[in-house]
Design a protein around this ligand. Structure first.
Ligand code: ATP
Length: 513
């Protein structure tokens, strides 16, 4: 399936099966704002819990907090967001469409990368088993030219953005002959900076209202609470503070479904360390976070690291974990070495000491910070798009199946009486009553059982449990596995154990070891 078609299918499947709806759809929707529906809310919660378990509860030196969305406005002056949380925007004079200048250049590079992939696929076909991909990409002249082209382009973009040289960003767009993707026009305005924070007001009367921002990241709620948590939790360095929550950004272009939203959720952890140890911890968290991703089994080939060319004003090292979305490799998570920038800035603006007394060193210092920051909605999209498959079965028929990792699936099992009579619904309902203590389960008696299986496959439910006439005799049921479609006859009393084995967080997170 072409990638565009696959992405369209992901969006329509998400709607049809109650995962994600456009916000305020009856009023024609609100651009780049989405609602999670009955299944989506469960999946999202399960992803959040999987992250929280791995990051907070499995680390005895990491604690979790839940800070407010509203923060004192000086927070954003101190963090640099008021002055520097900008994206470079460019307008096309003919189409009147607005773009992010850096994204136009990155998309240009992604197109060259697609050419490299094509060359690789062609060579793989030609050489068969003898094909050595690494050797090919490091020696083939055409691929080398493409790679160099990408590297020089991204380096120049990084440099001009770091130097705030927006004239050069425009020059680059013109030199590369980048056209408006919608219309093909190359009639561009100059590049301008655009601040992404949403402003609002606190207070009842207009004269006394205080200007506030909706937080554009959750991290600052952690920094301003550093001393409170450190003292009340008697935390010793190295230690981390984690939180999940909503963030808001007035994104210039937000057209990729839940990949880039104006209201989204982050899962962030700030790890406070001794100055000078940041590179060690940077490597540690890179590896640890990648292991977390791989534990979900979405395929190693779908992830890669991408080191930043342009470092943010606060960072001395940064990398992204990129995932292969239906529209190509894009950032899913950021890992940033933030130095002591944030704590020092808050110290300066608040006048309060934000230091740590190290008993071993017998000295106070401002800790350095290593951050891991992942978008919950992007993780949702990564999992959901990777799971959706159209399968052709041995008998030639097809099925749509959502192969969600069982630990994250919204509904773990559906209980289906084969027919709506002979006492089978009563037994099925009793099984439902028993299982609901441990799992989110579904009872479904409508339509032929084959259609019910297909519906549950498309919904991502890992198990179907069918009650039939034999159940009346021997208290056994059929349990069907979503991915293999294998069916087993098991005792009703063994159901909890069988399901637990596959959906238990422990079973999945142990893969990180
Ligand atoms: P991008 O370059 O894609 O705009 P970013 O580098 O600005 O992302 P960070 O500020 O590092 O992103 O935020 C951390 C994480 O939050 C990102 O890796 C991403 O998963 C998520 N995120 C950021 N912006 C959005 C958004 N508008 N919608 C959904 N998720 C987002």
């Amino acid at each position: 399936m072409a990638n565009d078609d696959q992405f369209k299918k992901v969006i329509s499947h998400a709607k049809e099966y109650g995962y994600v709806f456009q916000s305020s759809e009856i009023y024609d929707g609100l651009s780049a704002v989405y609602d999670y529906a009955q299944n989506g809310a469960e999946l999202k919660k399960n992803i959040r819990d999987y992250w929280w378990k791995a990051m907070v509860q499995m680390h005895d030196n990491i604690v979790g907090i839940d800070a407010s969305i509203f923060m004192h406005p000086t927070t954003w002056k101190a963090s640099g967001h008021v002055d520097a949380f900008n994206d470079p925007l460019i307008d096309n004079k003919d189409s009147k469409k607005r773009y992010r200048a850096d994204v136009l250049v990155e998309d240009y590079c992604a197109k060259i990368e697609a050419k490299i992939d094509k060359e690789v696929a062609k060579a793989e076909k030609r050489f068969g088993d003898a094909f050595n991909k690494e050797e090919f990409v490091s020696t083939n002249p055409r691929v080398l030219r493409y790679t160099e082209d990408i590297e020089t382009t991204l380096k120049r973009l990084g440099k001009s953005l770091s130097n705030e040289d927006l004239t050069d960003v425009k020059a680059l767009i013109e030199e590369l002959e980048i056209a408006d993707p919608m219309t093909g026009s190359r009639n561009w305005t100059d590049v301008k900076q655009f601040n992404l924070m949403f402003g609002t007001k606190l207070g009842a009367s207009a004269e006394h209202a205080m200007d506030l921002y909706l937080r554009p990241e959750t991290a600052q709620g952690i920094f301003v609470n550093f001393s409170n948590v450190q003292k009340s939790g008697r935390m010793k360095i190295p230690f981390g503070i984690a939180q999940t929550g909503k963030a808001f950004r007035n994104e210039i272009v937000a057209r990729q479904f839940i990949f880039r939203m104006r209201e989204f959720e982050q899962m962030e952890m700030q790890f406070f360390i001794k100055p000078g140890t940041q590179m060690e911890w940077f490597e540690y968290w890179k590896e640890h976070r990648m292991k977390w991703h791989l534990s979900l089994g979405l395929g190693k080939e779908n992830y890669r690291f991408h080191a930043h060319e342009k470092l943010a004003h606060y960072a001395d090292a940064a990398t992204d974990i990129e995932f292969k979305f239906p529209f190509g490799f894009k950032e899913l998570e950021g890992i940033h070495s933030r130095t002591d920038f944030d704590l020092k800035q808050h110290e300066k603006h608040s006048g309060k000491k934000l230091q740590y007394f190290d008993h071993e060193e017998n000295a106070s210092y401002t800790p350095y910070v290593l951050e891991t920051s992942i978008g919950l909605d992007r993780m949702f999209l990564a999992i959901f798009s990777n799971a959706l498959e159209d399968e052709t079965l041995e008998d030639g028929s097809t099925r749509t199946v959502l192969k969600l990792p069982a630990v994250l699936a919204p509904v773990k099992a559906a209980i289906l009486p084969l027919v709506k009579k002979d006492g089978l619904p009563e037994i099925a309902k009793q099984i439902f009553e028993d299982l609901k203590w441990d799992f989110n389960v579904d009872y479904d008696e409508k339509d032929a059982v084959g259609r019910r299986y297909r519906r549950q496959d498309a919904n991502g439910t890992p198990f179907c449990i069918t009650v039939d006439h034999d159940t009346l005799e021997d208290n056994t049921v059929t349990i069907r596995h979503r991915d293999s479609m294998e069916q087993q006859r098991v005792k009703i009393e063994d159901l909890t154990g069988i399901i637990k084995k596959e959906v238990d967080v422990k079973h999945w997170l142990k893969k990180m070891a």
